[in-house]
Every structure is written in C-alpha cells, then in structure tokens.
Design a protein around this ligand. Structure first.
Ligand code: SF4
Length: 354
C-alpha cells in the first residue's frame, strides 16, 4: 500500500467533522444498545426509512432487558416493513443472550461482539469503535466499494479470500493512534463517504476528501471497481395467496392468517395461506361456493428471488369456521398493526376492495 495513503485517515476525520452527517438520533451516544440497534436497522436500509422505526423501537424497548423480555410477535410487528426479517429474529435472540449471559451489558471488544447472534464483523467493529474507541475498521458493502476504488483493488469481492485481503487493507488505513473521538469521526466518515459521495453510480469525486489519493479516480477507472465476477442471479417464483375474509363476531371484517414456517421466506411471520398453483388456491373456495375475486399481482423483490404474489380474495359467509385442522387465527383488519407480517401483505390487506 503506498505511503501516501497514510494521509487518508486524517483527511477523512477532518472531512467528516466539517462535512459529514451529524445529529442522527444514534450519533453522539456511547450506549451500545442504541448503536447496535441502529447498525442492525441500517443494514440494507436507508437512513430515512430507519428513523421512524428506530424511535418507535426505543419507545417500546428502551433497553436491552425490555427487548429481551418482549414476545417475538411484538418485535416482529414493530419491525414489519423494514424487511430482511432474520435481522429482527437475531436482534431478539441477541438481546436475550446479552440479558441472560452478560448481565444485560454488551461485551466491549469487536472480537467478543462478533460471537453474538446477528452481529457480523463490520457491525461489531462499528459498535466497538463508536462506543469504546477501539481501533478496528468497519467494512460493509459501501465501505468495500470506497476502498476498492481508493486502492484500485483487483481482487474479486465475490470471493471471501479477497474480502479478507480488503479487510486487512482497511485495518492498515486506520488512523495511527486515534483518540475515541477520532475513531468515531473516522468510522462515521467511512459510512458517510460510502453513502453520500462514493456512490455506486455517479460518485461525486469532486467533493471527495480522498480524491488526490484515489487510484481509480487517477486512472479514470472508477466504474471498474469493485470487481465482482459472480453476478447475483434472481430466481422468479409465483405464490398464490388465499386472502380469506369474513365478518368477525363484533361485526368488523377480519382475515385468516397463518404463521410461516420457522425457516425460509418470511420465516415466523403471519401470512395469508400460500399455494403453489392457482388450481390449489381455488380448490377450497370453489368446493364451498365461496365468493372469489382475483386481485392484481404484486411483485416483491427479495435478495435472491423475485416473488410474484397472486392474491385471491375469498369472502366467507359470516361466522363460517375453517376446518378444524387449519392452524391460524382470524385477525380484525383494524388490528393488523399488532401482528408481525411481511410489508407487501400488510399493504395489500390495508387496501382490500369492499
Ligand atoms: Fe470514490 Fe471518487 Fe472518492 Fe475515489 S475519488 S473514493 S472513486 S468518490
């Protein structure tokens, strides 16, 4: 690594203090619970989206003990809409481990934090740097992009051997003997650079504090990095959703929801019954002569899959009970907020036709 890159950390710290993001609700705290919560929520999710969720979570669960003691459904309902639900399940499990095995206090080092459920190396580094000033580098997806351009890194980042090599480089770029405040500014600076300057498309090199050092920029090869040979292949899948609706004992409308299996898509969330084919979805309603109404297809993107959801609205006669072997529950439409469910289903159920 060229000697000139020793100036990267001081430049980034100065830039962050003058031009970076300040005043976000999870900044300015050294409380590991709050930092951890924000870091988990910010994975694959924009700051603007996280803001409301973060505040609501803290109101319900002001500390790790409260979160650990919550019912899983309560956690899922509050997470609903943020997506990537394994994060919420791990969040809950992690809180329980911290509460029961660590006396409610998060371990302080990045190495120990990484052993907790749902905390990867980069999240552990962020918590340790922000809360304890540990000299350790984050390397999430955004930071990988910044560093691979800065260093014109030729390794294929779809391979873990090259990810580790880039991590080593990230450690070597850290400030030489930083104060706690320096580590906070440096870590936040890496995040701010990745989110707002060194964007995936059209990076704003003209305002980048690393412009004079950036090897990709100097050689006019910014678009080449980060190198990834293996492309993400998204499979297509169709699901038929049977939205069973009927009047509840109090007169309000309700829908039938079943819990998804413990693994796979939307694991553990509540969902309308899912069928692999149109014929299966129609079988029970046709047999019982229930009123059916196909609704517009909803396309939902997951990391590795494109889900095409075909909702079939089925109106049951009032008071009609499903077969006894059906496992699920009737939920009033105005009580959906209390149930953890995938965002596309919630939005579908909130605008069902009369
Ligand atoms: Fe990214 Fe441009 Fe800065 Fe290089 S100079 S790190 S490509 S924004």
């Amino acid at each position: 690594m060229p000697d000139s890159l020793a100036s990267f950390a001081p430049k980034l710290i100065l830039w962050q203090r003058a031009n970076g993001r300040h005043g976000l609700p999870w900044q300015g705290t050294r409380d590991p619970y709050r930092v951890w919560l924000s870091e988990i929520m910010l994975q694959q999710t924009q700051v603007a989206t996280v803001l409301g969720y973060y505040d609501r979570f803290l109101q319900h669960f002001p500390g790790v003990g409260a979160l650990a003691a919550a019912a899983p459904d309560e956690v899922m309902a509050l997470w609903s809409g943020l997506g990537y639900y394994s994060r919420a399940r791990n969040l809950h499990r992690c809180a329980q481990v911290v509460a029961t095995q660590y006396g409610g206090v998060f371990p302080s080092s990045a190495a120990a934090l990484q052993t907790l459920p749902g905390i990867g190396a980069s999240t552990a580094a962020a918590i340790a740097a922000f809360c304890h000033g540990e000299r350790v580098s984050i390397v999430d997806g955004n930071v990988r992009r910044v560093l691979s351009r800065l260093l014109a890194f030729e390794g294929d980042l779809s391979l873990s051997v090259h990810q580790r090599a880039l991590w080593d480089m990230a450690q070597r770029l850290l400030p030489a003997s930083p104060s706690h405040e320096d580590m906070v500014a440096y870590t936040q600076g890496l995040m701010d650079l990745g989110a707002g300057v060194c964007a995936r498309t059209r990076p704003r090199c003209e305002v980048c504090p690393a412009q004079a050092l950036c090897q990709a920029q100097r050689s006019g090869t910014v678009d080449r990095y980060p190198l990834k040979s293996r492309k993400l292949l998204r499979r297509h899948e169709s699901w038929w959703l049977q939205v069973l609706r009927r009047a509840m004992p109090g007169g309000e409308q309700g829908v039938w929801l079943e819990r998804r299996p413990a693994s796979g898509i939307w694991a553990g969330l509540h969902c309308a019954p899912v069928f692999a084919s149109e014929a299966q979805a129609f079988a029970l309603p046709l047999k019982n002569d229930w009123k059916t109404q196909p609704l517009p297809v909803v396309v939902h993107h997951l990391t590795h899959r494109e889900l095409r959801l075909h909702p079939l609205l089925v109106d049951l006669p009032p008071g009609h009970a499903l077969p006894q072997d059906a496992e699920g529950q009737w939920v009033a439409l105005d009580a959906l907020d209390r149930v953890g469910m995938p965002a596309p289903l919630r939005s579908l159920l909130n605008r069902l036709p009369e």
